[in-house]
Design a protein around this ligand. Structure first.
Ligand SMILES: Cc1ncc(COP(=O)(O)O)c(C=O)c1O
Length: 348
């Protein structure tokens, strides 16, 4: 096959612009050959279930899926009745980046709340947590948080616990979008259970694609009763892969010897390197804390344009000149240094 891209190229657009980590690629090859049961009845999927239980507790069940949007829509369907609504941040992936999938495919009403940093609090949740028993209002019965958030910030275990307790008091379920859960765990330097199972989360997604996998995310239920409907919902949401052994094998490679945490730690470190190098550059205003693997900054329009000619990254909020720069498991210090140099030149 002819190689049609530049394998040396690097961008700061998103962590899913990266390729596959060599250990994950090896795992796909190792799981290849011969015939093995389809639809998750294979030996790799069984091993993944055990691994997930060892990380998240004996009550955990796992349901590998293809992508993050599918995971979110499926999870919210499992957590909500037909008349249910989910409270989320205005910046939430389900609100900003999933088209109308939650509304159209899931039939889910979103109640979005403005936040300063992408993080909900019990007080912010209360802005939309009302109207139970009123037949004219979609019933707020779930809360969606992302860890790390779309703005590169992380919830502490205590913050998640406070939200979970609030949800429980109000009869709502708590869902965590963990597309970048590894980055949050690496930043917080905490046991994964402390920010999920032990904090009172009901269901979460565990991201793979953004952290070195080719394809795949994993939905994890943390209470047995939530698992019952999942096989059926996954099927009708078209998220059941017949050759599931290859998704499971990728996760097994990623979770082995904490590779997932090492990759996230590296990616976070590269974001820190970028942030520290551009702090103080004339014209650059950092707009969010850098906790996971994203740097948010405001730039003069001419500088933004000049940088766009050479590098791929996203304008986060065009009118204010805010951009998002993301690092990845394969970002090297040299990539950062070249980019920083270009930022400095563009801001001259
Ligand atoms: C917070 C969050 N959730 C989920 C996703 C995954 O979405 P998908 O795999 O459908 O692109 C992303 C991807 O950008 C994300 O940032």
């Amino acid at each position: 096959m002819k190689i049609r891209h530049n394998p040396q190229s690097h961008s700061f657009a998103s962590d899913n612009y990266s390729g596959i980590h060599p250990k994950v690629l090896e795992a796909i090859a190792a799981a290849n050959g011969g015939h093995e049961a389809a639809y998750g009845s294979d030996v790799y999927s069984h091993a993944l279930r055990q691994k997930i239980q060892s990380l998240f507790g004996d009550a955990a069940n796992c349901f590998p899926v293809f992508n993050g949007t599918g995971a979110n829509v499926l999870a919210l369907q499992a957590l909500l009745p037909r008349w249910g609504a989910v409270i989320c941040a205005q910046s939430a992936h389900i609100q900003c980046d999933e088209g109308v999938a939650p509304e159209y495919i899931g039939g889910i009403k979103l109640l979005a709340v403005e936040t300063a940093d992408g993080k909900l609090t019990p007080e912010l949740i209360d802005r939309e947590a009302w109207g139970w028993g009123v037949e004219h209002r979609a019933q707020p019965l779930a809360v969606y948080i992302s860890q790390s958030t779309e703005l590169g910030t992380c919830y502490t275990a205590a913050e998640i616990r406070a939200i979970a307790e609030h949800c429980r008091r109000l009869g709502m379920k708590l869902y965590m979008d963990g597309a970048r859960l590894a980055n949050a765990a690496a930043f917080l330097q905490t046991d994964i259970k402390a920010i999920t199972t032990d904090a009172g989360v009901d269901m979460l997604s565990l991201g793979g694609t953004k952290n070195g996998m080719m394809i795949g995310e994993c939905l994890i239920t943390l209470q047995p009763d939530l698992a019952e409907a999942m096989p059926y919902l996954r099927k009708i949401n078209m998220q059941l892969g017949s050759k599931s052994r290859f998704i499971a094998a990728q996760f097994l490679a990623l979770l082995e010897n904490d590779l997932w945490l090492q990759l996230a730690q590296h990616s976070n470190r590269m974001a820190q390197r970028l942030r520290h190098a551009i702090e103080g550059v004339n014209g650059v205003e950092i707009t969010q804390e850098t906790q996971a693997n994203a740097v948010f900054a405001r730039l003069p329009i001419a500088a933004r344009r000049a940088l766009h000619e050479e590098f791929h990254f996203y304008d986060w909020h065009e009118p204010s000149g805010e951009v998002r720069w993301m690092t990845s498991f394969d970002t090297l210090p040299e990539h950062i240094d070249v980019f920083v140099n270009a930022i400095v030149q563009a801001c001259r």
